[in-house]
Design a protein around this ligand. Structure first.
Ligand SMILES: [Zn+2]
Length: 541
């Protein structure tokens, strides 16, 4: 029966939102070979299929499969089996959790994990010291990633990485040091973090396949059927390729190869192809997206590249982690080769630099349609930035849930009015820019699109009840579009995000109608069932 369903047609009936302007709601869609072949009345759908085609009533409100246009799926799977310090309330708590992880390991083994913490999250208002990390780790090498930018390392880890007081900072990164010039164990930005990460035992293909297998059900249960995974090494991309080849990549993925401004684009791409990555892959389940570059730090990290100095600093503007020359070289090369570049740019000065590089590349070869993308772009994109993005056909990957998580810290630094102007969704859309929604997860609290629908409509931040910048809120239809048609554009997948003939048959049945329910009802709603390619892949009915 299962095989018959897979190869033959099926009619799905119910209250179906298609995201097609001409026929937004229908009673049925007909599916064959994993794609929508008809949508309309029950009679119209049935007429498109052989007689005797099974009919499935999913219940609730059915919407196109939801798309997260910026989520670290692979790293999320890895985090599921490693130490995670999320929610730690004090340095003591951090030490206790590290010590618990250490207790299960041999004395020489590395402790690997994530510590996406801010100083203010900890009661002491500071990060753990190197001595505290060493004590908790019992002398073991410890490496804790902080939001894919920074890292914490123990003395043993620094030693194994060959870092001592004579080690120079790598380009784009800082080895934080104390007054005596000794490393504190806090490494600022990826180039510094990687010095230690590369000294740790390397992950295997089987590790990565296991992580992908572990995390996909989490996404499917939240209605996410497609993602853009936005910063992958050759080895990580090979895992996606292997998962897709084995039929294990159910969550359709647009995978972005990670570039490096210090390496020529041709040489960088040769590293991928040399490792066996097919950079021209464009399957339904796996396609290669734009090249990713990190241009600045983060808003919550206090390292985004701003136009004005960071408050409370002596003129510090933030970190530029890729040189302007490197950025320009990638944009120019990508445009000439029919590819896109997705630039992590949080602060206004980084957004300015990215758009200047995009415009320069556009002057050589038109970039519209190639996937040139501003990623994050939330600490105050200007009206001029928005107009330019629209003119150039530049996409924006935005993550409203970050306003919720990072809001309190940003309010402390910049005040409520400035935070109200951050993540300006309304302004981007009014400027006519194509914007995709996403989470920058996988923090499972905020990765759920239903949570984002609430946040984008209410503009609430953690710990407050009032709307922060209510003028930048979007309406119910726009919120759904951000996670369907908008995110599909960012994923370079025009046959997703809609339930129209020819589109992939990815759909989600929700127990709330996201177009008519209140934002709170969306937040508290749940996913009844998820289908990918016409097959049920999550069922909570
Ligand atoms: Zn990210």
């Amino acid at each position: 029966m299962q095989d018959a369903l897979r190869s033959s047609a099926i009619v799905v009936t119910g209250d179906i939102v298609t995201m097609e302007p001409r026929r937004e709601r229908v009673d049925a869609i007909a599916i064959a070979h994993g794609r929508v072949v008809a949508s309309g009345s029950r009679g119209e759908a049935a007429a498109a299929c052989p007689s005797g085609t099974p009919v499935l009533e999913l219940g609730g409100t059915v919407v196109p499969g939801l798309i997260d246009s910026h989520v670290h799926m692979l790293w999320g799977g890895r985090a599921m089996e490693r130490l995670d310090l999320a929610g730690a309330a004090s340095v003591e708590d951090v030490e206790r959790r590290i010590a618990a992880a250490a207790a299960s390991l041999p004395p020489e083994a590395w402790i690997l994990g994530t510590a996406s913490l801010d100083r203010e999250d900890l009661r002491e208002g500071r990060f753990p010291t190197l001595a505290e990390l060493d004590r908790a780790a019992g002398g073991r090498p410890l490496f804790l990633d902080r939001r894919a930018h920074d890292a914490f390392a123990s003395s043993a880890a620094l030693r194994l990485a060959g870092i001592d007081r004579s080690t120079a900072d790598p380009p784009g990164g800082v080895i934080e040091r104390d007054g005596d010039g000794e490393a504190t164990g806090f490494l600022v930005e990826r180039p510094a973090a990687e010095l230690v990460e590369h000294a740790a035992p390397s992950d295997t293909l089987e590790d990565r396949l296991r992580w992908l297998a572990a995390i996909q059900p989490e996404f499917l249960s939240r209605g996410i059927t497609s993602v853009v995974d936005p910063a992958l090494t050759p080895e990580e991309l090979l895992a996606f390729q292997a998962a897709a080849d084995r039929g294990e990549l159910t969550v359709r993925t647009t995978a972005m190869p990670l570039g490096d401004g210090e390496v020529e684009p041709e040489g960088m791409m040769a590293r991928f192809t040399g490792a066996g990555v097919d950079l021209d892959r464009r399957d339904d389940n796996l396609r290669i997206g734009p090249i990713k570059l990190f241009l600045d730090g983060g808003g919550s990290l206090g390292t985004a590249l701003l136009r004005e100095p960071w408050p409370g600093t002596d003129g510090y503007l933030g970190n530029q982690t890729t040189s302007t020359a490197g950025l320009r070289a990638y944009c120019s090369w990508a445009a000439a080769n029919g590819r896109g570049v997705g630039v992590h740019c949080v602060g206004g000065a980084a957004i300015d630099l990215a758009l200047e590089a995009f415009a320069a590349a556009d002057g050589e070869h038109p970039i519209a349609g190639l996937g040139f993308t501003l990623i994050h772009a939330y600490l105050w994109p200007s009206e001029e930035n928005m107009a330019r993005a629209r003119e150039l056909g530049v996409l924006v990957a935005t993550q409203a849930p970050l306003q919720w998580s990072f809001g309190p810290g940003l309010v402390r630094r910049f005040g409520i009015a400035a935070v109200g102007r951050a993540h300006p969704l309304r302004s981007w859309l009014s400027a006519g820019v194509t914007v995709g929604g996403g989470s920058d997860g996988p923090d499972f609290e905020t990765v759920a699109p239903l949570f984002a629908f609430w946040q984008m409509r209410r503009r609430t931040i953690q710990g407050r009840d009032d709307a922060v910048g209510p003028g930048e809120a979007v309406d119910a239809r726009e919120a759904l579009a951000l996670y369907t048609t908008g995110a599909a554009a960012v994923a370079l997948a025009g046959d997703r995000g809609r339930l129209a003939p020819g589109c992939v048959a990815d759909l989600v049945a929700l127990d709330v109608d996201p177009l008519t329910a209140s934002p709170e009802a969306c937040r508290d709603g749940s996913v009844l069932a998820t289908m990918v390619g016409g097959e049920i892949v999550h069922d909570a009915r």
